[in-house]
Design a binder for this molecule. Sequence first.
Ligand code: FAD
Length: 402
Amino acid sequence: ACNAKPTGPIETTECDYETVESVNEELYTHLHELVTTPFFKYFKLDLYRECPFWKENGFCMHRECAVTTIDESQVPEKWRAAALSQVQTTSEEQRKSFPGCYYRDSDFCFFDDDGNTDGEYLDLTLNPEVFTGYAGPSAHRVWSSIYEENCFGISESTLTGSPSTQQTSARPLGLSSMDAFKAESADAECLEKRVYYRIISGLHASISTHVCYENLNQTTGEWGPNLECFIDRVAAHPERLQYIYFNSVLLLRALARVEPWLAAYDLCAFDGEQEKTKEILGNVLNIAKKTGKFDETLLFQGENAQILKEEFKDHFRNVSRIMDCVGCDKCRLWGKVQVTGVASALKILFELDEKNLDPKKNPNLLQRAEIVALINTLHRFSESLHAVDVFRGMWAKDEDPT
Ligand code: FAD
């Protein structure tokens, strides 16, 4: 199973696994450089928000679970809360003068942005996503709750607008119920539900790939790729690997769509950095334009399209709140970054029409946090595909030691 490569077209996309595979090393090189630039490495996050669904006691005491925060003075002044509150007055006026502008109700998640006075800045490059030792009932409960958001239907709660959050906290959250939901989604008749499952399972598989790639051998104390871990968690379930590709294409398509807007975006980085950052971003966007062939027009069609879209959005927003229940700071950080990244892609694909994508008319279309999350999430998936290649090499060597 480890050596098997998915082939052919990815459902709901025009492009195929081979295309993603053929550009991934180049994409990964550019992304790897891009995420070290000042604009893309700082992320603001409130790590101390309580879990809104259950009393979470599963705090991870391992050293690797901790994060390093930085002083706000290290972050360019233009991005800080005080400066942004002035900008927001202007954008309120702009909001009135451009009726085509988007509002926060089109967001697919709750996220902290630079304008939020709570929270702290983190340098993502100082807090890499690696094995932390966070596991057991707390981690399982979080995954299980996320899969349980995969419950779509034109239910009464949807029609009356009550959020599915209540359902999440009321349901039993054992792994057996997760399996039941997974079985249900395998038979799903509705494309949107399948897409939701693929996104979550792909995200889970990508996190597992990182955990196995940057793994700590607890006996020898050495760090390095752990092939057995990767086989158990990902390669023995080929569909999980396919969903990593699926997420990559979804994110690439979102970047391709928002390319004219992003190309005109003022990165406000440190003096002298803007040109360099724009050039690397341009390289990533060029690859996205060639490979981001996800056909978003197939989703949210038909009679109940709008209701289904609102449900999808509600579920994703709940997932972003479930992240406050992750009992390991570093896992919570990367969980939030990646949920924000995928949610931003969904917003770009499903909420914004061409008129809104005009950078002159709508300069505040996306918050800095959304752009940073989108790029860092694509970097995570691209790094997972890079790691998969390394694991394939290890597997081949084990099979044929000559
Ligand atoms: P888990 O990964 O916890 O999975 C639970 C069950 O879900 C499995 O038994 C299986 O039935 C099913 N499952 C597993 N993968 C998939 C899939 N792709 N699709 C569908 N079903 C699946 N740990 C770290 O060391 N570093 C991190 O950075 C990190 N980040 C995390 C971020 C979040 C948001 C969460 C919730 C957890 C994170 N963890 C992290 C913990 C990690 O994901 C695992 O939960 C932990 O390593 C225990 O793994 P496990 O083998 O028990 O199975």
